[in-house]
Design a protein around this ligand. Structure first.
Ligand SMILES: [Fe+2]
Length: 306
């Protein structure tokens, strides 16, 4: 599989290999299988039972132990929680071991299982995985922190198929004007915005509760505009420029900053997905969405025409 965004990693334990790949706006595709997979009995249980019981978009385990999406049967909930918890721990340990500079200070979002065939899901456009987009916000405002997702296809016989139109640099080069992101002014924080974010942080400090879900920022609103524009614009979805199809075989894993690589999942059923929020200073600024927007027209002008 050749691609402008795919970065094959032959050996995950090679020092620096993961961090080097994640410093680029691409998909780190792991050629070995670095995570211990659940037992075949557990995988078969997930494949057989969770499509029938799903009551949300995905089955998700949160760091505080809350499990959502698996229905109400206590025995099922316990088994799913055990498997997802083990996955959560093994992927976290993998990142801390193989990419400590990226993992430093990271926050775990969820570990989830996607039990439904992605092709033809009856989801709204903004919730659909089948439309190419970059991710915007994860569990609320990120203020420029990065969204790292780790995928494993556990379909026993079929690939998980993605499409992309390249990294966010390529997308902004073509569409920043139409989304209002061609100037650093898109990231300007007014006095009321600063006050609101400060109040959210203060509330979090006093209560000890995360307040990112009620916080916002110009960066998060800018990324939401880009996300919505991409999904709402048929001309973007059908634009052949940079369009690629990627096929991830059964039991392969890949890591990607989903805020910086456009992506859609057009076919595939049964995958684990872990989401981490990575402090923005842990990753090279050159390919970071906030940096590209901040450098605005100057960056775009320096690029060759698309
Ligand atoms: Fe996404």
């Amino acid at each position: 599989m050749t691609s402008s965004v795919l970065i094959p990693i032959p050996t995950s334990d090679e020092p620096g290999a993961i961090a080097d790949a994640l410093a680029r706006p691409g998909i780190a595709w792991l050629q070995d299988q670095p995570f211990p997979l659940p037992s075949e009995a557990d995988l078969q249980f997930f494949r057989d039972e969770l499509p029938k019981r799903l009551d949300r978009k995905n089955v998700s385990l949160y760091p505080n132990g809350t499990l959502k999406g698996a229905g109400a049967d206590a025995a099922v909930i316990e088994r799913v929680r055990r498997v997802l918890s083990a996955r959560m721990q093994s992927v976290t340990a993998f990142l801390e071991r193989c990419a400590p500079s990226v993992a430093k200070g990271m926050r775990l979002g969820t570990t989830s299982f996607r039990p439904i065939e992605e092709q033809g899901r009856d989801l709204s456009a903004h919730a659909s995985n089948e439309l190419i987009h970059v991710d915007a916000g994860a569990y609320g405002a990120t203020h420029g922190d990065r969204i790292l997702r780790v995928f494993t296809n556990v379909n026993p016989s079929l690939p998980r198929v993605w499409t992309t139109k390249g990294d966010i640099h390529a997308v902004l080069r073509r569409y920043a004007d139409r989304v209002g992101l061609s100037s650093p002014a898109a990231l300007a924080q007014g006095p009321f915005g600063k006050l609101y974010s400060a109040l959210c942080r203060g509330l979090g400090f006093v209560t000890g509760l995360p307040t990112t879900a009620i916080d916002t920022s110009p960066y998060d609103r800018a990324m939401r505009r880009l996300h919505n524009f991409m999904k709402d614009t048929p001309a973007f979805q059908s634009d052949p420029a940079g369009h690629e199809e990627l096929s991830f075989p059964p039991f392969s894993s890949w890591l990607v900053f989903t805020d910086a690589v456009s992506h859609a999942c057009i076919r595939g059923q049964f995958a684990f997905v872990d989401t981490f929020i990575i402090p923005r200073e842990n990753v090279a600024a050159a390919s970071a969405p906030w940096s590209l927007i901040e450098r605005g027209v100057a960056v775009r002008a320096a690029l060759p025409p698309s």
